[in-house]
Structure formats: C-alpha cells, structure tokens
Ligand binder design. Sequence first.
Ligand code: FES
Ligand code: MG
Length: 571
Amino acid sequence: MTRKLRSQAWFGGDSKDSFIHRSWMKNGGLPDDTFDGRPVIGICNTFSELTPCNAHFRQLIEHIKKGVLEAGGVPFEFPVLSCGESNMRPTAMLFRNLASMDVEESIRANPIDGVVLMAGCDKTTPSLLMGAASCDLPSIVISGGPMLNGKFRGQDIGSGTDVWRFSEEVRAGVMSRADFLAAENAMSRSPGHCMTMGTASTMASMAEALGVALPGNAAYPAVDAHRARLARMTGRRIVGMVDEDLRLSHILTRDAFANAVKVNGAIGGSTNAVVHLLAIAGRVGTEFTLDDWDRWGQGVPTILNLMPSGRYLMEDFCYAGGLPALMKEIAGLLKLDAPTVSGRTVGENIEAAENFNPDVIRPMAQALVAEGGIAVLKGNLAPDGAIIKPSAASPHLMRHEGRAVVFDTIEDYKRKVDDPDLDIDETCVMVLRNCGPKGYPGMAEVGNMALPRKLLEKGVRDMVRISDARMSGTAFGTVILHTAPEAAIGGTLALVADGDIIAVDVAARTIHLRVSDEELERRRRDWRPPVPAMKGGYQSLYVERTLQADRGADLDFLVGCRGHEIPRESH
Ligand code: FES
Ligand code: MG
C-alpha cells in the first residue's frame, strides 16, 4: 500500500491509544503484522435469522474473508440492524433509515479503510448504500442472491407474486385452503431472497447497474457456487479499491443513476427502487430527482420476462446470462463510460456478455412492454408526483376515469372491502390513504389493495388503485403509489370523497381529482391530521423528520455526505 491508510490512525504508532486499539483486537489471536498498515476491511453483515433472506450470510461471509486475506487485507465482520421484509411490523421500510444510521456510524467510528456491504432482503441494500454513501469510503456491495425457483405441482411459482395470486384465488373460491398451505413449502426452497423481480432482486440489479457491485451480482442464486466465487472476488476487489481510493462518490454519479433507471425499466423493476435510489443519491450528494426518473425511463422497453411482469424467475435469468446480458441488449441506452467497482467501465463489464435465452432476456425488438419505465404522474391529486409501473399494469386501464371509493385507513379498507353492500364496480377507482411515510408510519406495502370479493367472483382481476403507500415489488396491477404529499400531512389525497371523479392518463403523465379548488379549500378547512399511534421512541423521530416519497423518504437530517473523518481519540 503506497498511502498511509485511515486505519493507521488507530493501529499505527506506539502511543497508549494504539496499544489499546491493537491489544484488544489481539484477544482473538491476531499476529502483530495485522496492524502493519495493510488495508482493514469492514464486512457489514445484515445476517439475522429473523431476516430469512439473509440467513445464509454466515456462510457467504467466509468467502469474502478469504478474498480479503488473499489480496493482502484484514477482514473484520460487523453486524448492523437487519431489515427483514417478511416479518417486520408495521413495515421494514420504517427501519431502513434507522439501519442506515447504524451503518454510517459503525463505518465512521471504526478503524476501517474499505467496506463490503452484504445485502439481500429488500431494505438491506438501500440502508447499506445510504449509510456507506454518507461516509464515502471505498465500498462494494455483494448481494446474497435469490432463492431457487419455487416449484409447486410441476409449476414454477414466484415469491410474493404467486402469494398475491393464490390468496385472490382462495377469496374467489378457486383455490382450496389446503392447496394454499401446501404452496407455502413449495415456494421457498433454498436460502436466498425473493426470486421474482421483487425489490430484493431489483435492488441487487440496481447495485450492479449503478456499478457498486461486480458484474453477475444480480442473478446468481444464493446456493450457486458462482455466488460464493463472486463473494470471494468481491473480497479481493475491495482491497484493490482501497489502494485506488475508489470511493462511492466516484461511482454514484448522475450517469450511474441514469443507467440504473434505464435498467430498472428494462427488468420491470420494483417501484420501491424509486424511493431507494432517490435516498441514496441524496446521501452521496448527486443531483437526481423524480422528474429525472420519468425522463430517463421513457423509451425503455421491459425486456426481462420475469414475474411479476412476465413468467420466469431469477434462476432462469441467471442461466440466460444475468444482468450483464440484459445490459448488453440495451447498451445503446446506457452510459457505457460510467466507472464501476470492478475498475472497468460499464461498457467493458458487459462487453463479453451473451444472451443464452432470448425468451427470458428478450431482444429490444421483442420487448415484453414497449414503454416499461416507471412513470411519474402529476396533477392536483399528486402535486409532487405519484408513480406507476406500466409493465405490471393493465393496458386498458392506463387511461381511465372513474368514481372514487375511499378507504381512510388500512383498517377501514379491511373492514369494508368484502362487504357485499360496498358500492363499487370495476370502473371505480379504489383510494387508500394515511399509508404514507408519516401516516402508516413507514409507507407500508399496502398499495396493491386486493379487489373486493364480489368483483373477484365476477372475474375482475384489475382495477385502478391509488394510495400514498408503496407496494411489494412482487405485486402487480394498475396501482398508483407514493402519492405526494401524503394524506397524513394534508395532501389532496386526504380530501377525496366517495363519488368524486378521478382521471388518470399515464401517457400524458396526469392524475386529476375532478373537484374545484374552492370545494377542496372548503374540505381542507374541515380536515384534521391523524394522531400518530406511538408517542416517543424512534417512531416519533421518524414521523417528525421523514421526507416525502418524492425525496426518497429519508430523514431530513440524514441527507448528505458527512465523510469519514473522526478527529478525536476515545481515551
Ligand atoms: Fe426478503 Fe422478499 S422477503 S427478499
Ligand atoms: Mg418485497
């Protein structure tokens, strides 16, 4: 190493403090030369048995450590808060920002020269990147990889996507309870995260598209030896990145975000990527707005035939060539000069990629959806924007006008939705509110409201739904999300009444409540903000300081890069 590294401020020299820093670390049997100036690599582990998607990280980390040692570095694992999507209430998203604080402070406070970020389940990827971006040390992502394809009675079934479908079929009386339970065992067959193009696979793809993970990161299944090898190469590479001082701010440029947005459209990626990428950009200080997302996403076809937009799963994507092959198909849309953690440009990373299955990764001429980019709608119902994922929506509803049926809270929705007397038909627009960042709190994945049973029984499978919530990346439907400002702070969504007419035109990017300004003003005078459920604790801090969805729903005081200098000693 040619430079004196950051870790030497702890481990170098012969002061009382350096004695303390070294001696305690040596209690595990480390030899003297551990502290001779070689790169100290922190491995940020989101392992938790309560985050089943990341529960194999104790095995995966061994490969990373070997790679670090082989390249002449010293690996030290450290844990951070693990946000597990399937269990955490009221929603894992509430804790993304808390986890990002843990990551940021853990990196900055410790004698670390570079960081490997072990990501998997949905919120773990953004929380790690947000925290690391606020420190800006050399950092590289390795994802834990998707589960093997679900297999149920000879059919492939996908995490999440088929849960939504099965549960609607149970409610419509088409699937038995016993079959529903049998499918549980068949869906999750191996370690790894959701193997649909849900948020975990989307964010693993985003990490690769942004250039903060090595090529191949998105698709190798968790149990594939390729994943272990990638972990080992990631461990080797971070040591080189420390030598080159290749930091996140060098990689996470505007071009990188443009590439990520385009790849998101091409993979039919999760709408959650919108809030996550906005938040990551906010941390690193790169200009990137919701309007950029809309503009960059235009003209991008969805070419990946994966659930929920298509029919295949991540294992198939891997065998078809993975993200490098997909990026090569859309190379003409990408900024190929963008640098990546591999030390090569995006163009160089994908040069040798091959598409082995053109039904999984379609050539652009045979796209699944011609306009696949997530669209940003604006109008009096969403002055700061709302989003919709066209690849998961019904073409016949992309331009629609209908009567609002309003649910005031998620409980109100659950109480009313299956009431046979609910005044609703398939032309109506279902409106759910008080589910945004402050309202839920944490902006839960409830925006893809299941349809009323009586309409399901009639064979209706999609309707226009609008909310200030998010939806699972594994979900589908003509679902308009992230409405900003949210209802809980008095956004127009709070003022919609049953029977109002709502007009949506995705091609024109508009969303309108056909109610006069005067009437809305009158309703606003009668509106009272909801009372937060919890007083004190992290929830209060979150509710008080969270930004709206169009700003990535980060906490206002966490925006920005605070660097990694720590001038004072601890003793
Ligand atoms: Fe963890 Fe889907 S629940 S990735
Ligand atoms: Mg999810």
